[in-house]
Write a protein that binds this ligand. Sequence first.
Ligand SMILES: [Zn+2]
Length: 462
Amino acid sequence: MRSSVFRCTALELLTLDAPAPSTVATAGPKLIGCGVPTSPKRAVCEGCARPPVVCVCAHVKPMKTRTRVLILQHPRERHVPINTARLARLSLPDAILRRAVDFETDEVVTDALTGRDGGPPPYLLFPGPNAIDLAQERPPGPITLVVLDGTWWQAGKLLRRNPRLRALPQLRLAPVTPSRYRIRREPHLHCVATIEAIALALRALEGDGGEEEEARYAALLAPFDAMVEHQLSFSTGVRDARHLRAAIARGPRAERRVHVPGLEALRAAGDRLVVVHGEANAWPVRVPGHPVPEIVHWLAWRPSTGQTFEAVVKPRAALAPSAPVQLRMGAATLAAGEAWGDFRARWEAFCGEDDVLCAWGHFPTGTLEREEIRVPRARLDARIAANALLGARIGSAEECAQRLEAAGRLEPAADAMAVAPGRGGARLEALRRIVTALLRAPDAPARVARRAAPAQPGGVSP
Ligand SMILES: [Zn+2]
């Protein structure tokens, strides 16, 4: 029984490279290659929830702590293949793991947050502006350490939906080393996986700086390190093979260095750089007396901190009939958006007067600028820089990201669940990857070789 599980897993890994994903997604038992039937759900270890070949339970050393750890997990995080909150729960038998978006009705969480269960006072691990820096001071006595498990978007959502969480005093970490978590790309080097954040916080709260203590917290990360190694040894193998095939297909080519306009300014902006994208309720111009376009979905990302901003804004004019389809966001979702005044207050708290806005073209910032709202004057156009790098005129950020990716210039995409909803979410994610590539490009990067654009499904080319 066990060996058949092992063989099936290996076969499934081999089929990952197969060109037709639709055959992988069929429901019900199926036959792969050698005729070994596999169930649609892969067998996983009951402890770490990983496939048996990459089980990391042998690395888990349960650990007692004075601090009580309460992990609040966004429901989508549960489906992430590498679920580090689960690992933390294995290593810390007293930790509590709860999963929801709204914790107001969760009695275990409510009891812990209000102190009704007699536990130590709760502190939220979150880098808000008034957070206590754990490198500078410790709260007196043992505490309940509340940790949010999810992406930046998800953590922001948990905070918005749970007033009790928002009201907690906050603690923050300044991790010295970038994450060991090299598989699932984090928005910024300062972001760490949940289990790393917990280990760092426990060390700051309880450690005495001695070698023994250091070893204790390092042991907490042993299963996590093992998991990263397993995953990396697989993914780099696949990626290398793909790059090699692409390089053979391209053949030899002379590299041409290009000047990328705006690249210096993009880098000089430093922590003032804010990447933005906006989607508008825009009527076709042919409609007589059509309302002026207005922003209804606004997204931003600050590369220096990884902080994100998202607002779905309730349309003030009649909704253009094509908007829900184009924006990939239902009319009801838009109608339930926040009031303009609330959006403006949140945005002006996120974006400073001296910030530098970087968008794809001028439409998003130009549309927002018509309103009474803060839109800093310093602007950068990522489209000009990216098109210079590609030596082509590319219309959309998504297509540009695809071309850069085909040329091996982009890091892997975020998993779909880490991206904000709708076309706006997809576009900000494309822009985020493009700007990251631009920030990392050498001063005079080689122009991406021009090749015939891959045929579009259905034979339509933009
Ligand atoms: Zn296991």
